[in-house]
Design a protein around this ligand. Structure first.
Ligand SMILES: [Zn+2]
Ligand SMILES: [Zn+2]
Length: 425
């Protein structure tokens, strides 16, 4: 049977993921925003009555605009229980940031409440009918706690949306569950469509060594990290490597940690994580923050792309200290402060530009699959056609070519605002 897919965002870019599937019933896949220091970019409006909205995982580039839909409509939403709790934390935080920065938020607390009320939390590997025509099943995506690969089935046709996924296991999470049964069509992320990641355990070792060297040299290792997932993984790595110096955890990652620990079944090793988080020192006030800078230490803090949060505080105080270091640990989206810091060595804090003298280095701790990981998954699924989203050019074009040449599968780059008709006529 034929159906239609429309790209509302994350087309030839990373951010604001949102895709509309029209299989007679209308299903929205993700509703994210794209955050840069100057502005928030939104996906295209949904100009139809939705039968359901599905959120793959809590990251704001997949969930950030969902409450906005509840200003005018009441779609039934589906996501895993951890995704709902983590997304709610991030939605409230984005309202707080809007208040601080003085721009109008697109939704209020009332819409967040309504979103929760209209959400049906669904675990992995449980197939349910979400409309008369369409059924839904989630599979573990291995990207962050609660992240899901979405499989929709309608009229004997199955469409898989990978969301963000990770085909190899990481310290906190199992690898993605890619045993999806029969698959006809795939919408896949393409973040690292042109390259592979270095061996994770090697990166961990390099990261720990760099932190230790910095501290032994009487400096501070400032580690900007995403609140959800990465910051907890880093604490776990540092504790597992028996790092002796003080390790601090600052920012929203603390609340996210409490939510994460509520869902041990969604983690590979909840006990170890709990132990590690307990050993870290949690910063709860400005006084703690000052105290953290009294003796050399490792400070894991938000925001991961340096676009706000306590990390700016630390950079402001340490930028001139050659002994200290800023260790970036995640994907730095174009236009973010983290990207600028890496590429130009510059950062703007409170309207003032700084050129840090401390060491700046990035470690490749990706929660996304590299090219061969994605090819492995696609080879297993062997779909009739693949749609590529969530990737910057030229990476996404390289990935398209690779899929077509290596797997012989038709690969289409999803275009912003464009509708593709798929399947038999
Ligand atoms: Zn993500
Ligand atoms: Zn993403």
């Amino acid at each position: 049977m034929d159906f239609k897919i429309t790209g509302l965002g994350a087309c030839r870019e990373v951010g604001r993921s949102s895709f509309l599937v029209d299989a007679g019933d209308k299903i929205l896949l993700d509703r994210g925003v794209k955050l840069t220091p100057e502005k928030i970019e939104y996906p295209l409006a949904v100009n139809t009555n939705l039968d359901a909205a599905i959120i793959s995982h809590a990251h704001l580039d997949h969930s950030g605009d969902l409450p906005h839909l509840f200003v005018k409509s009441r779609p039934v939403c589906y996501m895993t229980p951890p995704t709902l709790d983590l997304a709610e934390l991030l939605w409230h935080d984005s309202l707080k940031i809007a208040g601080i920065e003085g721009y109008d938020a697109k939704f209020s607390r009332a819409e967040i409440r309504r979103t929760r009320k209209f959400t049906f939390p669904l675990g992995y590997r449980t197939r349910i009918d979400i409309t008369d025509k369409v059924s839904l099943e989630f599979f573990d995506a291995g990207h962050i706690v609660g992240s899901a690969i979405t499989k929709l089935t309608f009229n004997n046709t199955s469409l898989v949306y990978t969301g963000d996924f990770k085909v190899v296991e990481t310290r906190l999470l199992n690898k993605a569950d890619i045993k999806l049964g029969h698959v006809d069509y795939v919408i896949t992320e393409s973040t690292y469509g042109d390259s592979d990641h270095p061996d994770r355990y090697k990166v961990e070792k390099e990261f720990v060594d760099a932190c230790l060297r910095t501290v032994e040299n009487n400096g501070f290792a400032i580690v900007p990290a995403f609140a959800v997932g990465r910051s907890h993984e880093l604490i776990d790595i540092l504790i597992e490597h028996k790092v002796g110096c003080p390790i601090y955890l600052d920012g929203m990652s603390q609340k996210a940690a409490n939510i994460t620990l509520k869902y041990p079944k969604y983690l590979k090793d909840a006990k170890t994580l709990k132990k590690a988080l307990r050993k870290a020192r949690w910063i709860r006030s400005d006084r703690d923050r000052k105290r953290a800078l009294e003796e050399p230490a490792i400070i894991v803090t938000t925001a991961g792309m340096c676009d706000g949060g306590p990390v700016l505080n630390y950079i402001k105080r340490l930028y001139n200290d050659e002994k200290s270091a800023i260790f970036l640990t995640g994907y730095q989206v174009e236009g973010t402060q983290g990207r600028r810091l890496l590429e130009e060595g510059l950062i703007t804090i409170d309207g003032k530009e700084y050129r840090p003298k401390c060491t700046i280095k990035k470690f490749d701790f990706s929660a996304h699959p590299g090219q061969s990981e994605m090819l492995k998954a696609l080879r297993k699924w062997n779909p009739k056609r693949v749609f590529l989203v969530h990737g910057d050019p030229p990476k996404i074009t390289t990935f398209k070519k690779k899929i077509e040449e290596e797997l012989g599968i038709e690969a289409t780059i999803m275009e912003f605002g464009k509708t593709f008709r798929v399947g038999e006529k």
